[in-house]
Design a protein around this ligand. Structure first.
Ligand code: GLA
Length: 366
């Protein structure tokens, strides 16, 4: 079932619509055409009580001024590009330096604050959002036609399928920036009491607090970055380790192994479990280290950032959500040893990430 309603309007007057998908067991996913955003995901805990397991704002204005990219699709190239420029077939392309000297999540005019065109398919319980990104948009070459399809299955899966075509060689890395908090307490509780497993032996270390990769692959064994055995997110997050000091916590890319699942997150108190399956080579696990001052606004003529509010009107707290941004590693365009993110006109970009929600069996990971 798909229910449509008007969520409000953004500054330029454009109306923002919401699309709520429901499955047979009553699980609900609310999407917005603004940013092709996941605004709410309602799943039951072990007692059958439904709770919203992703952070979302109460108003379109907060989404529009959202420096945390809450729930949105980010691109053209998700994550960072060092020096806000790159070379492609002998030409240099200049991008926005919106994160110090570097580009983050596409630049200032992010896909996350644009209103996408929506089409619904009631029988398949899916919504497709389309965006046209013209040649030169954000500084990238090539016209780009993007489609992101969200499907909610009766098995508790939210499937995200990304497709794109270009008419010129370009670079592309699309992901979703949802912040998960399986407690159902939204912005009021941190996620440090969640257990995480990542099917990965290696991560791509960053050089300093600007978070640009050095280009190496580093073994996680014996370090706080090791999630090969499930552990609490809070267990090592404040350890004195170069990568955690640079990121202020987890904000790094892990290289994923193939298999039935790439990531599992479990919340012992509620029994909620989320399993991530993706065809992408990496994932940025970001533990919400910048969630304190999120929304840009002006007070007495001065630009300031203030806390955002979740749907319950609660201030969104530090580390109250964790993102699993499935992706090609950050700054791939500058590292030949990383999987590349080049899209050619004769290729169709196609990628899928599935977030599956259920309640774990008694004794799971105890
Ligand atoms: C990404 C980055 C983080 C942060 C968030 C948005 O996940 O890796 O460093 O910039 O986006 O706040």
């Amino acid at each position: 079932m798909i229910e449509q309603s008007v969520f409000g309007s953004i500054k330029n007057g454009t109306e923002v619509k919401s699309y709520t998908l429901t499955n047979k067991s009553g699980m609900k996913v609310k999407l917005l055409d603004l940013g092709a955003t996941i605004a709410e995901i309602w799943t039951p805990d072990r007692y059958g009580k439904f709770g919203d397991v992703v952070l979302g704002y109460a108003t379109p204005a907060e989404y529009e001024n959202n420096s945390g990219y809450i729930g949105a699709v980010v691109g053209r190239v998700a994550n960072r590009i060092g020096g806000a420029e790159f070379m492609l077939s002998g030409r240099k392309y200049l991008l926005d330096a919106n994160d110090g000297k570097n580009t983050l999540h596409g630049g200032f005019d992010s896909y996350s604050t644009r209103v996408w065109d929506a089409t619904t398919e009631e029988m398949r319980n899916r919504v497709t959002f389309k965006l046209f990104s013209p040649d030169g948009d954000q500084g990238y070459p090539g016209n780009l036609w993007i489609k992101v399809t969200y499907t909610l299955t009766d098995e508790g899966e939210l499937k995200i399928r990304y497709r794109a075509r270009t008419d010129q060689m370009t670079i592309l890395n699309l992901t979703n920036h949802a912040y998960f908090n399986l407690s159902g307490k939204l912005g009021a509780a941190d996620v440090l009491d969640h257990k995480v497993w990542i099917n990965s032996d290696q991560m791509t270390p960053v050089a300093d607090s600007a978070s640009i990769p050095t280009g190496e692959y580093r073994d996680v064994a014996g370090t706080p970055m090791d999630f090969t055995a499930p552990k609490l997110l809070g267990q090592d997050i404040d350890a004195d380790y170069d990568q955690l000091n640079y990121g202020g916590g987890y904000d790094h890319n892990w290289m994923l192994k193939r298999g039935d699942a790439q990531i599992i997150m479990y919340h012992p108190e509620t029994g909620r479990r989320m399993t991530v399956v993706t065809d992408q080579p990496g994932v940025q696990m970001y533990s919400g280290n910048f969630l304190r001052g999120l929304v840009e606004t002006t007070v007495d003529g001065k630009a300031v950032t203030v806390p955002g509010h979740d749907l319950m009107g609660q201030e969104i707290q530090y580390r109250s959500g964790v993102c699993f941004e499935t992706q090609v590693p950050p700054d791939a365009v500058h590292h030949d040893n990383f999987p590349n993110c080049i899209l050619m006109p004769e290729m169709e970009y196609e990628s899928e990430t599935v977030y599956r929600f259920d309640v774990a069996e008694e004794g799971f990971w105890e």
